[in-house]
Ligand binder design. Structure first.
Ligand SMILES: [Zn+2]
Length: 66
């Protein structure tokens, strides 16, 4: 099973998001492809307090539920 499957879509435009790790900031972040749609999320959202990809997914999903 791919963990990406558990990711909730963007709450603003409904696009599927991706989780990536940035070596530069040392943080995971969520982003999505904006080719298809304009979205309020222009840049990646930093997922603070996430140290593994699983945690990053949890952080993202919690954000969406709020
Ligand atoms: Zn979006």
């Amino acid at each position: 099973m791919d963990n990406q499957m558990n990711l909730k879509p963007c709450p603003f435009c409904g696009e599927q998001v991706e989780i990536e790790y940035s070596e530069h900031t040392k943080h995971f972040f969520a982003y999505h492809d904006l080719k298809k749609s304009e979205c309020i999320i222009k840049l990646a959202i930093l997922l603070r307090n996430a140290h593994t990809k699983e945690q990053a997914i949890e952080v993202w999903n919690r954000r969406i539920e709020k």
